[in-house]
Design a protein around this ligand. Sequence first.
Ligand code: CMP
Length: 147
Amino acid sequence: GKEKTLAMIKPDGLLGNYTDEVKNVIINSGFIIFKEMILQLDEDRAASFYAEHSLKSFFPNLIKYMTSGPVLVMILEKENAVADWRALIGPTDSKKAKITHPHSIRALCGIDSGKNCVHGSDSPQSAQREISFFFQEESAGQAVIQH
Ligand code: CMP
């Protein structure tokens, strides 16, 4: 059935005016943009979103980068949305993506392994967490039972 994933255009993507191009790829690849929102992350919110990376050496740079300007978050919907969006964005390192996945989104607009232009949830569980993180009203399909 249909699945939802969280996609994000990171600050360099928005600054570089890649939004329309990335959205065209999204639509042409059969995704529906179910919801979207532009927002500015502050340090606490960025650190919370990337909590799993908090011990990595690149974490301070990651937080600096992700708070350097606004981001565009989107809920994408499609069959197999999580895996298909990850395939479409390509490898984390945009330099490698340009060689090994020249048609990927990171090859199109990323710079390196840090500034890689876009985000995609890495599993259906991450997608649920990340969608709820940005879109409070979307408990990602978990109905609240009223008594
Ligand atoms: P993403 O894979 O979407 O989520 C984790 C992010 O951490 C990643 O994108 C990059 O933006 C950043 N990141 C991952 N690896 C590195 C690295 N080696 N150096 C700097 N930033 C990184």
